[in-house]
Design a protein around this ligand. Structure first.
Ligand SMILES: [Zn+2]
Length: 189
């Protein structure tokens, strides 16, 4: 009994929090590892648009460890293909004619090769034992930046385990923050 109690007390904080989602989520800083949630930081600078994604890997794959089975390897391949597809998961205002220039992906649980990255990339360290994030950086060049005022986040469609995204925008009108969901997927500035 005592050993069981001690084990429960030693469990990582986030695990304990999962049973108390309401108050726990409020206590977390943006970017904390909470399954179902993610953070996107968007920067608009002239004709350059960039977005930095920080998500629990569980939202993307349904697991947070190196793929073992063929089924898990297939899940990684499909997810990486979706994340790297231009016009697939993040869609800038069409009239701005933005072209995806670069996608960088990193995860403590996956090798650079699995993510389509050069072998020299260094994986980030895990934020807590048994958990891992997927970090993504996306950048565009826009031919008509004067029309650039929104980003549609179809990550929700590609990855239905994702339910809520905190989006921070630094753009021509200053900084703003909003929360997106599967039914409210577009951030505007
Ligand atoms: Zn996790």
């Amino acid at each position: 009994m005592q050993a069981k109690l001690r084990a429960a007390l030693l469990r990582p904080l986030t695990i304990v929090c999962l049973g108390l989602v309401g108050p726990c989520v409020q206590a977390h800083e943006p970017g904390a590892h909470v399954h179902g949630q993610a953070v996107l930081r968007v920067v608009v600078d002239g004709n350059a648009l960039s977005a930095e994604l920080e998500s629990p890997l569980d939202n993307i794959l349904g697991f947070e460890h190196a793929p073992g089975s063929a089924q898990e390897q297939q899940a990684v391949t499909l997810a990486v293909t979706a994340l790297r597809k231009p016009g697939g998961i993040l869609l800038p205002t069409p009239a701005a004619q933005c072209t995806l220039q670069k996608v960088s992906l990193a995860s403590a649980a996956l090798t650079p090769a699995m993510l389509g990255e050069p072998g020299t990339a260094t994986p980030p360290s895990a934020d807590e034992p048994g958990h891992a994030d997927l970090d993504g950086e996306f950048s565009w060049q826009c031919a008509k930046p004067e029309f650039l005022h929104s980003l549609r986040v179809d990550l929700f469609l590609a990855f239905p385990r994702l339910h809520k995204m905190q989006v921070e925008v630094a753009g021509p009108k200053g900084q703003s923050a909003t929360t997106l969901t599967g039914t409210h997927r577009t951030v505007q500035w």
